[in-house]
Design a protein around this ligand. Structure first.
Ligand code: GRF
Length: 202
């Protein structure tokens, strides 16, 4: 049986596209993208999904209580028999209820080397701090912001003449690569947790 992936997003959707490309090209074997969910109705990622013939569902979150919203999303994910939830620019913290229903089956990508620069505008935070390298991290999602065990990270240089846009673009290329890598690790089942550490098993 193919593993069923759901992508949750709020915006542009370039990580969604990278995942969809990887699934289509067989770089994520034995998996299918079952649904895309957006909490914002004007997210460009929605059209990108529909153009690919993928089911895109908008569940607006504005003004809704966190757990009440999450129960609706989880209901849809369960109805669609989702194995793995990939947050890709999904701009909401998940409730403990959501995390519990999909414990160690929710991934997020963050545009910094966690635990540095969690939260919004991570690339800007990195530039302003003056770090000489930054990058991106794919991690399991827990109840805290950008805090769960890390699966894969990639490092990029920060140059003296960098702008936030230039650094973001350099990081984004790596994001697209490592999200696929992290999904493959999780779906292979060949990993275990030792404390916070995600260790590979054969
Ligand atoms: C990415 O930088 C990701 O790391 C962050 O939000 C951004 C989403 O971009 N969580 P996109 O919608 O995947 O293009």
């Amino acid at each position: 049986m193919k593993k069923r992936i759901a992508v949750l997003l709020s915006g542009r959707g370039s990580n969604f596209e990278a995942i969809a490309d990887s699934v289509a090209a067989g770089r994520i074997p034995n998996a299918e993208l079952a649904v895309l969910i957006s909490n914002r109705e004007n997210a460009p990622g929605i059209d990108k999904a529909r153009q690919r013939g993928l089911k895109a569902v908008v569940i607006p979150s504005k003004g809704r209580q966190r757990e009440d919203y999450d129960r609706e999303v989880v209901g849809l994910l369960q109805a669609k028999k989702i194995d793995l939830v990939c947050l890709a620019g999904f701009m909401r913290l998940l409730s403990p209820y959501f995390v519990d229903q999909f414990r160690n089956r929710i991934l997020n990508i963050h545009p910094a080397l966690l635990p540095s620069f969690p939260g919004l505008e991570a690339q800007k935070q990195a530039l302003e701090w003056g770090v000489k390298v930054s990058g991106c991290s794919v991690h399991f999602v827990d109840e805290n912001l950008d805090a769960g065990p890390i699966l894969v990270q990639a490092v990029v240089p920060v140059y003296d003449n960098d702008t936030e846009e230039a650094l973001s673009a350099r990081i984004l290329r790596e994001e697209h690569r490592i999200y696929t890598e992290a999904i493959n690790i999780v779906l292979s089942g060949q990993w275990r947790l030792q404390g916070r550490r995600v260790l590979r098993t054969e």
